[in-house]
Design a protein around this ligand. Structure first.
Ligand SMILES: [Zn+2]
Length: 586
């Protein structure tokens, strides 16, 4: 049976005529400065905007085809325009091949424009004139192609989840490396004899829709999964770091892809799907739980290291949900108070309200002392079976033992509550976010002084120890300024966290960013803070995971059965078997 995320599909928005919905994203910099960097170290070259494997052979082919058949002619376009023209041909070809529909699993860039055009036209397409997307796929895939070593003498490029700007595409004389040329060549062998491909390089650049459909049928995104696609095995070698650059981050991508395959193997055997929710739960808890059913997963020894790094990723994710949850609660509360606003002392003292202990008690199905704000995290977690003590490694291990995925009050559970936004108008909203904050850091405690904690604090991840909020930097700040926070009242913790990690952080981020849409949602006048906004886009998620799953599907290592459950194909099982034996990173 299909397992769904226990999260609401739609988030409740609080609309009113005087509160504008906010267009601010990443208000605390937790995405850009945290999860994006971690994901880039774990799934290098597979970004959220590069989900289709075949673009990795098609785009090098565009360059090769241009250089071999067009560059020296008198009607030659510039390289950028030439690539765009070929992209158009493939997009129109795929939509035509799929009878007017975009590709399943992620449409080609420009598919919407092509769909509209093809409804009304089916004769000849003048490729120079037919409508297309504003930003071609090249801009999204270029950094990854470079970092995979498809070009000669390219320095590595910073990975981001945004397309490279037009101005960065000045690369008229770019040269494919041997690897890039081999991949382009393998794609060429499927399409070189097609009518449309010949017409692309002729001055008129006009193809019949029929010939474009043939191009889509041979060279399309979905067709890479066919055993006859000659670029398929080469692309498998590239993504699994068996060809081209094979060390460091490339080897780590290999491990992450294997981890996805291995988990998918275990999950699908019991009817569970592999997605952000189940993957996260598997690496974070070693367990899945939903609607009364649970599944223990076991991570094979060669994948323990990468699985633990993904666990660190989700520590950051839950910390992010807690902090963004507090931010969301804060702006809602301030908006409700209008021009008077409130001080952080007043706001954190709301945790004394009997409503907080009542609502949180109901949520965790446990007894919470009447005055929640006056008790401490150490005392609170007694209700979830954690003996009251200092925050030691032992206490942290106890949390792993007791607060598993199925416990009401576990991180995955609190995340659902916070994202739902039900408690944004209640002081319990602050309470829930504080509990998630404390639980995440307490569970993280045992990793703090290990190789993995060090990785999370290393300069590959933390560029600015003050502004980059991660479990590592936040723990450190707490141990310096609020050493015994675990045994101090919740109100003190709330006030400090709101002040340092929410208000100050948001002000710094709003000041740092310049792009349109980023602005400060808080106004500060001495102690008093006001706001006239809302914020509800809580949670960082794992957007690269979706791309990785799609790429594994494109490479025919994963497939979906009739119930929509992903499973590992026979080829995928072979890859798992061979790669698990491969020597660990040198
Ligand atoms: Zn397709």
């Amino acid at each position: 049976m299909a397992k769904k995320k226990p999260r609401p599909k739609t988030q409740l928005l609080r609309w009113s005529d005087y509160v504008p919905a906010s267009d601010v994203t990443d208000p605390l910099g937790l995405g850009l400065r945290g999860s994006t960097r971690l994901a880039s170290l774990l799934l290098y070259c597979i970004t959220s905007i590069t989900p289709r494997a075949r673009y990795f052979s098609f785009l090098p082919w565009c360059i090769q085809n241009y250089q071999q058949h067009e560059r020296d002619t008198k009607y030659a376009l510039g390289l950028n325009e030439a690539i765009k023209l070929r992209e158009k041909a493939l997009t129109y070809g795929c939509v035509a091949h799929h009878d007017g529909q975009p590709c399943v699993g992620g449409a080609l860039v420009g598919s919407t424009a092509a769909q509209k055009w093809l409804v009304r036209n089916n004769g000849e397409a003048q490729l120079k004139r037919v409508p297309f997307a504003k930003i071609p796929a090249l801009n999204a895939y270029l950094n990854s192609l470079m970092n995979l070593g498809f070009f000669v003498e390219q320095e590595s490029r910073d990975e981001s989840e945004e397309e490279v700007a037009e101005s960065e595409l000045a690369f008229e004389n770019i040269e494919l490396s041997d690897l890039g040329a081999a991949i382009a060549g393998s794609y060429d062998s499927v399409v070189r004899k097609l009518g449309a491909v010949g017409r692309i390089t002729e001055p008129e650049r006009t193809c019949s829709v029929k010939s474009l459909a043939e191009f889509g049928k041979r060279g399309g995104l979905c067709e890479l999964a066919e055993p006859s696609a000659p670029d398929r095995s080469l692309l498998r070698d590239v993504f699994f770091a068996r060809k081209g650059i094979t060390d460091k981050s490339h080897f780590r991508r290999n491990r992450s892809l294997l981890l996805i395959l291995e988990l998918c193997r275990q999950l699908s055997a019991e009817g569970w799907n592999t997605n952000d929710f189940t993957f996260g739960s598997a690496v974070y808890y070693g367990q899945l739980y939903e609607e009364g059913e649970s599944l223990q997963v076991s991570i094979p020894a060669p994948l323990l290291d990468v699985a633990t790094r993904w666990r660190m990723f989700y520590f950051h994710h839950y910390l992010g949900v807690a902090l963004e949850g507090m931010f969301s609660w804060l702006v809602t509360q301030l908006s409700d108070r209008g021009v008077t606003g409130a001080s952080l002392t007043e706001l954190s003292h709301e945790l004394h309200s009997p409503l907080v202990s009542k609502e949180i008690g109901e949520l965790i199905h446990g007894h919470v002392p009447k005055n929640f704000g006056g008790t401490t995290p150490a005392a609170f977690f007694l209700a979830l079976g954690i003996p009251e003590s200092d925050l030691t490694v032992e206490a942290s291990l106890k949390i792993d033992e007791k607060i598993t995925a199925e416990i009401a009050g576990a991180e995955v559970w609190l995340e659902g509550i916070i994202r739902e936004g039900t408690y944004r108008q209640s002081p319990a909203g602050l309470g829930n976010a504080c509990v998630l904050f404390a639980l995440t850091l307490a569970r993280y405690r045992r990793w703090k002084d290990t190789e993995y904690g060090n990785w999370l604090a290393s300069d590959a991840v933390v560029k600015d120890p003050y502004l980059d909020l991660l479990p590592s930097t936040v723990s450190l700040a707490l141990s310096r300024t609020r050493k015994d926070w675990w045994r101090r009242p919740w109100t003190e913790l709330a006030q400090y966290v709101l002040s340092r990690f929410v208000v100050q952080q948001h002000q710094s981020m709003a000041f740092e960013k310049t792009a349109a849409g980023d602005r400060c949602l808080l106004e500060r006048d001495g102690e008093r803070i006001t706001s006239d906004s809302t914020f509800d886009k809580i949670g960082l998620g794992n957007p690269r995971l979706g791309s990785a799953i799609q790429i594994l599907t494109d490479l025919a290592l994963l497939a979906e059965n009739d119930d929509g459950i992903k499973h590992v194909t026979n080829d995928g099982l072979d890859v798992l078997k061979v790669e698990l034996k491969r020597e660990v990173e040198a």
